[in-house]
Each structure stands twice: as structure tokens, then as C-alpha cells.
Design a protein around this ligand. Structure first.
Ligand code: ADP
Ligand code: MG
Length: 387
């Protein structure tokens, strides 16, 4: 189902739920991170692409302060007044919309009410960030319907705050940032400390293929928090030798070779991943700029090994998916993406063989595990905006 189908879905739903004449259409994309995993909360670098899967809103302004919503995916309505925005535990999907509206108002923006229907084809809960897509799609809708002047970077920051404070999910800035600032045909190199960014063109002839293990992230919250603590502990100890280090971003692999002995073994491994991963992102950007497609794939392979062996956030399903990719036609590189313990792999594949690659991986993964995976051949897509 592509953009045109989504637009048809929301058009029909708007006509049924909220009959009327005019409508405006807004979308925001999901994303996949090519390299730079578990670096965001260490003030490091990431390199995501916006993908050709989106959350879309068809919306119409109201003259009062009401917001009426219909979710096509959840087949459910939810409504609220802009004068008092509370979470709706009976329609949790609406909390992303409520949260964005609440945060915009906290910032002093004056919002108009609206009738809106929402539909998406970003798979939900697979790690392709359908949550950032619905937040950013909502934010551009409210911005444009109320004629607000907000930069894309601020929009991303407000959406992150909505997810953190209103929905109650702590998250980095990457997902909202790429949804608000991605560019067609490009990856976005983001410095998670300064929020500086650069669009890096992707070479023609290579496809980004996402393979969903269908294993849902179980352990992820407690393990994620444990990794964050281990990273903080690493920086704190390393500051004895590197007094200026604020985060692992400020530590190089040469530093770690020199001073790493002061770290407990586990903390050393965690730091080794983050420090080397940041360096791999820089190398990967250089490889893209130089047209070194194979080198880029090799860096993805190294990233996976580091996440598996040093950061220990992979799992059998992810490792199986990566192993099968290595033997599939057109393979150039593969790694787990997202927090780990399930979810998706991201693969760098010769475009001419991408369909064959996908078919073989699906067949072999199903044979091996009894689970049929979803596979998406992705196109690097544009940021959120009005259609
Ligand atoms: P991910 O971001 O990895 O897809 P999350 O658990 O962070 O998974 O976010 C998924 C939630 O976002 C859904 O449970 C739902 O509440 C909301 N959401 C995502 N897509 C849609 C959609 N198309 N319509 C309504 N709500 C959506
Ligand atoms: Mg999410």
C-alpha cells in the first residue's frame, strides 16, 4: 500500500466520519537507521533515512476548540477540547495527537480545533518509528491549519517532548528529527549533541532493505536502562584520565586503548561499542561521499558484530536474519537496527538483486524459524509536510 492508497483511505474515512467539503492532507514518514546504534544518548552520531511508509492525516479546521479524531488503523474515534487536554487510556493512539497539541500550547502557540482522520502504513511497534511518524504528522497538521511559524528542528524537539512527557516514553531525538528533516534520496547525518545535521546522498544502484524478525522487543526497557547506566559509569571513570569528557562522544578508541584498564570488564565492552560505533558513522559518511558502496556495507557488518559481542543487545532472531542476509544475492552489508532484542535488521543490497534478496531471506528465515518475516524494500523519502 503506497501513498496514493493511504490518501484514498483517509479521504474516504473523512467523508464518512466528518462529512464536509474541504480537506487538507499531511504526512510524516517512518525511518530506519543505517548506522549509529545506541550512540544517540551518548551525544554521538546517527545516520537514519526516512522511508516510503507514512502516517497521514486528512484534516479540516473547526471554528471552535474541539479536536475530533478517527483512527483508520484502530477503527476508533476519540475527541478532546484544546482548553483541557488529558490522556485517553481507552484510545492510547490519540495520546500522540493530544501530547503534540498540549506541548504546542505549552509553548504558547494558539491552536485551532480540527476534525481529522489518521491512517498509516508504517508497521506499528516494529521499530520503524510509527510513533514519531504520527507525532510529526500531527505537528505539521496543527502547524499549518493554525498558520504557526515553527522550524522543522523545533517541531522535532516538541514532538520528542510530547512522547517523553505526555505519552511517557523516553526517547532520543533521532526519530522525530528524521521525520521532520529527511530528504528524498538522502540519509541524514545527525550530531545528537549539537543537533547539526547534513543530508548525505545515497548512491543509485543500492537499496535499503528492512527485514522484520517479527520478534517483539521483550527485555528492552530494563536492558536499555542498564546500558545507559553502564555508559554513564564509563564516562565517570574515564574522567579521571580525560577530565573534559562529558559523554562517550568525547572518547576516542585511542583513549580507550590507553585508559580502558581502569574500567570494569563489562563497562569496557559497552564503551568499546559506543566509541567504535561513533567512529564507524564518520567512516560511513565518508564512504558514502566517496561512492565506496562496499566499504559502507562492511561498516554495517562491523556495527552488527559490535552490537552483538560488546553491547550484547542482539538476539538469536536478529543474528539468524543477519546470517541469512550474508548468503543472499546482492548482499553488501547487514546489521540489527533499533534498541535490539528483536525488531528489524537493515540491509544494504545491490538494487538489481533486491527482490531476489528479499525472497530468499523470507524463504530461508521461515524454513529456519517457522516464522514468516516481513521485508520492506525502502526508498529514501522526503520529510513530513502537506501533500
Ligand atoms: P514504533 O514507534 O516502533 O512503531 P511505538 O510503540 O513507539 O512503536 O509506537 C506505536 C504506537 O504509535 C501505536 O501503538 C499507536 O498508539 C501509535 N501509532 C502508530 N501508528 C499509528 C497510526 N497509523 N494510527 C494511530 N496510531 C498510531
Ligand atoms: Mg516509537
Amino acid at each position: 500500500m503506497g501513498t496514493a492508497d493511504l490518501q484514498q483511505q483517509v479521504t474516504e474515512a473523512l467523508g464518512q466520519r466528518f462529512p464536509g467539503v474541504s480537506a487538507r492532507f499531511f504526512q510524516a514518514p517512518g525511518r530506519v537507521n543505517l548506522i549509529g546504534e545506541h550512540t544517540d544518548y551518548n551525544d554521538g552520531f546517527v545516520l537514519p533515512v526516512a522511508i516510503d511508509r507514512q502516517v497521514m492525516l486528512a484534516a479540516r479546521v473547526r471554528t471552535d476548540a474541539r479536536v475530533r479524531l478517527w483512527s483508520v488503523n484502530f477503527r476508533q474515534s476519540s475527541g478532546f477540547s484544546l482548553e483541557q487536554i488529558e490522556p485517553d487510556s481507552a484510545a492510547p493512539w490519540s495520546n500522540y495527537v493530544r501530547g503534540v497539541a498540549a506541548v504546542l500550547q505549552q509553548e504558547g502557540f494558539v491552536l485551532r480545533g480540527m476534525d481529522a482522520v489518521i491512517a498509516g502504513n508504517v508497521p506499528i511497534g516494529s521499530g520503524l518509528s510509527s510513533s514519531a511518524a504520527i507525532e510529526v504528522a500531527t505537528a505539521v497538521t496543527l502547524r499549518d491549519l493554525s498558520s504557526l511559524d515553527i522550524s522543522p528542528v523545533d517541531l522535532a524537539l516538541l514532538c520528542q517532548r510530547a512522547e517523553d512527557e505526555f505519552v511517557g516514553m523516553k526517547c532520543g531525538i533521532m526519530d522525530q528529527f528524521i521525520a521532520a528533516l529527511g530528504q528524498r534520496g538522502h540519509a541524514l547525518w545527525i550530531d545528537c549533541r549539537s543537533l547539526e545535521y547534513e543530508a548525505v546522498p545515497l548512491p543509485s544502484g543500492v537499496s535499503v532493505v528492512v527485514c522484520d524478525t517479527m520478534k517483539r522487543r521483550g527485555l528492552v526497557d530494563s536492558e536499555y536502562n542498564a546500558r545507559r547506566r553502564e555508559c554513564e559509569q564509563g564516562v565517570e571513570l574515564l574522567r579521571q584520565c580525560l577530565p573534559d569528557a562529558q559523554a562517550l562522544r568525547d572518547v576516542t578508541s585511542a583513549d580507550l586503548a590507553k585508559y580502558g584498564d581502569i574500567l570494569p570488564a563489562i563497562v569496557h565492552k559497552r564503551c568499546a561499542h559506543v566509541v567504535s560505533e561513533n567512529e564507524r558513522v564518520l567512516s560511513a559518511v565518508a564512504a558514502l561521499r566517496a561512492g565506496e558502496v562496499e566499504e559502507f556495507g562492511r561498516l554495517m557488518d562491523l556495527s552488527h558484530a559490535s552490537l552483538r559481542d560488546d553491547y550484547e543487545v542482539s538476539c538469536a532472531a536478529l543474528d539468524t536474519m543477519v546470517d541469512l542476509a550474508h548468503k543472499a544475492p546482492g548482499f553488501l552489508g547487514a546489521r540489527m537496527t533499533g534498541a535490539g532484542f528483536g525488531g528489524c535488521t537493515v540491509n544494504w543490497v545491490d538494487s538489481e538483486a533486491a527482490v531476489e534478496f528479499a525472497q530468499q531471506v523470507v524463504r530461508q528465515y521461515a524454513e529456519k524459524t517457522g516464522v514468516t518475516p516481513e521485508v520492506y524494500i525502502c526508498a529514501a523519502s522526503a520529510a513530513a509536510g502537506e501533500l
